[in-house]
Design a protein around this ligand. Structure first.
Ligand code: PEP
Length: 266
């Protein structure tokens, strides 16, 4: 039997979405109003990550709902000469409680590195934001047999310098680069389970004990058909979704599909 004070693995279960560079003010407000009206999230912990330009509006509309709001990136400094950047205090003031860091599109197109992700993780925690760190291997890295090494490296460097207590306040999303976006192919659940087991070892090591390490979400071409099989994987604590959750109805339907009974045992 598990200790009743220790949550069962895989529970609570997160279902979140990043809108990426989508969402003009009217559409964003309409999306937020629709999900604010959802009266039963079936026990999942919902979160949305809209673009900065609508974040404050979305957060205001969701203030009395269980849906948390996060930014899609931020700078590690509080303020200063960083043209075009957004800081953790700015996100907090807009109503964000979370921030996505290290998405593969930011690593690939905008020079994000494991080192800058680490600086941002520290800054997020300093300012009371929950960092959601995205990690994942490319197809070439998987073909070359180094996927597990790459994932372990990304985890270790993201958590570098944190105390064990702080490690438990970070969230991770395993997002194979080859599984994401328009050209993505959904990862086979067995592959996700195997990668998640390796990532979990790293997280447990950093947290200093099994059972208290960060939640690990899966992301990459999640849709209504495959949400339940991914959600059923023992090592996965949530789903992080792009395209399939870009309508309020799509997002709510995914949350329903992923919902699991709260008393699910280990
Ligand atoms: C993503 O880009 O993080 C993602 C999960 O996208 P999609 O669901 O559209 O593959």
């Amino acid at each position: 039997m598990s200790d009743p004070a220790t949550p069962a693995p895989g529970w609570p279960f997160w279902v979140g979405t990043s809108w990426k560079m989508n969402g003009l003010p009217d559409d964003a407000r309409s999306y937020a109003e629709r999900i604010a009206a959802v009266d039963d999230w079936h026990g999942v912990l919902p979160f949305v990550m809209p673009p900065f330009t609508v974040l404050a509006d979305v957060a205001r509309l969701l203030r009395d709902s269980p849906v948390q709001v996060g930014g899609q990136n931020m700078h590690w400094d509080e303020c200063g000469s960083w043209t075009g950047e957004i800081s953790a205090p700015m996100l907090r003031q807009c109503g964000a409680t979370m921030v996505e860091l290290g998405h593969s599109e930011r690593r690939r197109h905008f020079g994000e590195t494991d080192q800058t992700v680490n600086l941002k993780v520290h800054a997020a925690l300093r300012h009371g934001l929950t960092p959601l760190v995205c990690i994942g291997e490319t197809q070439a890295e998987r073909d070359g047999g180094v996927a597990d090494l790459i994932l372990a490296r990304q985890v270790r460097l993201a958590l570098h310098g944190l105390t064990a207590a702080h490690v438990g306040r970070v969230m991770f999303a395993y997002e194979p680069v080859w599984a994401i976006g328009e050209a993505g192919r959904p990862a086979p659940p067995e592959l996700v389970a195997q990668a998640a087991a390796g990532i979990r070892q790293e997280l447990d090591r950093a947290a200093g004990a099994p059972g208290v390490s960060p939640p690990l979400l899966y992301g990459g071409s999640v849709n209504l058909e495959n949400a339940a099989p991914y959600a059923a994987l023992a090592g996965i604590d949530g789903l992080f979704v792009g395209r399939a959750a870009w309508t309020a109805e799509g997002y709510a339907a995914l949350a329903r599909a992923a919902a699991r009974p709260p008393c699910r045992g280990p």
